[in-house]
Write a new protein. Structure first.
Length: 473
């Protein structure tokens, strides 16, 4: 298995590439197999049997597909097989779900199923699917990601790339795909998932990598060879040696291999990637009809400074434009961004104002909260009050945002010194620190310090930023 320090180095570099919007995913058959779909050997098992062959003894399955076309004088049998195997709805894997949530804009796959685009939609993202050459010249409005299905789609099985003759002519018939892939391989960091190195598509994919793109590092997950029943020491050593040679060969293409003991380790690594990336984004929750002992100007200056310092710490800020604090969050973030536009970006501010008109507003607000909070890894709670029947009460909306934050795994930072719901939540997390801060116990004394305004409000801001920076180490 790849040493932990190398996995750690991958996570850090990959998170950095995510922040720079320079990541692409390449999904192979193994990624869909975990969702119940067949891989290439299973897809070709019946086809090989029709030819009097055994799929276990064949290593060139693309040629087997060609033999079937030659014998039948048509590719209809292969197309029918694709339709049968991939038309049934498969359940997305944990990897599909994580990769769809991450802000990745480019997905490549040799698979025929629709798992990637389906999961992107579930993550409230708009996929632009490209499975035909003529689709490459159009752009879907409001798209969030492009899914390149370079070997076709289950919805058009007769147009799928399956047999040897199609691969031999691919450079001519699918030249625009080659151009798009070549460009992405130069400009983006690819993560290859689901390639078993017995998949006949792999050699084709790797051939696209050759040609001077090795300067950029790409990554692939590979399962460490296992001793199987019947393997003696000599056979096992042979398998290890062959895998070592394959790993070394991949370096020609700039691919660094990450060995895992089990495929279940891959979602664990991706979960850590997602967690660290999301911790670069803070969600600011709060509302204020009154500001208590703070006074309006002091309170707004505090929130303004908190947003500005967050941006200056290279964090992203998400806010729903809460009553009485939203303007201060936005103005503080924008002041930092426009104060140094070469260093900071407007992408560091994400604003999702709550709709005020329409049918069933509570359900709409719930959806807004879910989507906003899921973008972040840290939630800061300030103030939190509103007027009900001419009385000032703690805001239940802020409590709901706290509940959603915990549900999505965010680290809660209630600023008790601001009073109201924030103070109530501050007491709550300190009463059950094992529940809210398991594994990061160091944070508890720092959270306690947020119960008072400190010598000055700037010091309180500094303490909050210190916590966030520590979480991001």
């Amino acid at each position: 298995m790849t040493p932990r320090h190398e996995i750690e180095a991958f996570i850090k570099e990959f998170v950095k590439d995510l922040e720079e919007d320079s990541v692409a995913i390449f999904a192979g058959a193994g990624m869909s197999k975990g969702s119940g779909y067949v891989d290439w050997p299973e897809l070709m098992r019946d086809i090989a049997a029709e030819l009097g062959l055994k799929v276990e003894l064949e290593h060139d399955l693309i040629s087997v597909a060609q033999f079937h076309v030659n014998q039948r004088k048509t590719s209809d049998g292969l197309a029918k097989k694709i339709l049968q195997e991939f038309s049934e709805h498969g359940e997305p894997s944990a990897a599909h779900k994580i990769l769809a949530r991450l802000p990745i804009r480019t997905y490549w796959t040799t698979n025929y199923d629709t798992l990637i685009e389906d999961e992107l939609r579930r993550a409230y993202r708009v996929p632009d699917v490209k499975s035909h050459v003529d689709q490459l010249t159009t752009t879907k409005p409001k798209r969030d990601a492009v899914v390149y299905k370079m070997h076709g789609d289950v919805d058009s099985p007769k147009a799928a790339v399956l047999y040897k003759e199609q691969y031999e002519k691919y450079y001519v018939t699918h030249a625009p795909f080659i151009t798009a892939l070549s460009g992405d391989l130069v400009s983006k960091t690819f993560l290859f998932i689901g390639f078993s190195f017995t998949d006949p598509n792999l050699d084709y994919v790797l051939s696209r990598l050759h040609g001077g793109t090795g300067k950029r590092t790409h990554y692939c997950f590979m399962k460490e060879v296992q001793r199987e029943d019947g393997d003696d020491d000599e056979i096992f050593k042979y398998k290890i040696r062959k895998q070592e040679l394959r790993i070394d060969d991949l370096k020609r293409f700039g691919i660094q291999t990450l060995l895992v003991e089990d495929y279940a380790d891959i979602p664990k690594i991706l979960t850590e990637v997602e967690s660290r990336f999301r911790k670069k984004t803070i969600f600011v929750s709060g509302s204020a009809e009154q500001y208590g002992e703070w006074g309006k100007n002091e309170a707004l200056n505090f929130i303004h400074a908190l947003a500005a310092e967050s941006v200056k710490s290279n964090l992203r800020v998400v806010n729903g434009f809460g009553w009485g604090i939203g303007s201060a969050v936005i103005n503080g973030a924008l002041e930092a961004i426009y104060g140094n536009p070469q260093k900071y970006s407007e992408d560091q501010l994400i604003v999702r104002p709550f709709p005020q008109h329409g049918d069933n507003l509570p359900a709409l607000w719930e959806e807004y909260r879910q989507r906003m909070i899921s973008l972040a890894g840290i939630a800061i709670f300030v103030f939190g009050n509103k007027t009900v029947d001419e009385k000032i009460v703690n805001a239940n909306g802020v409590r709901r945002e706290f509940e959603i934050a915990i549900q999505h795994g965010l680290v809660p930072i209630p600023v008790g010194a601001t009073g109201c719901m924030a103070h109530e939540l501050w007491n709550e997390v300190l009463a059950e620190t094992a529940k809210f801060y398991a594994g990061i116990e160091w944070i508890v004394p720092l959270i306690k310090e947020l119960g008072a305004r400190q010598p000055n409000d700037a010091e309180l801001v500094s303490r909050i930023i210190k916590i966030i920076k520590q979480l991001n180490r």
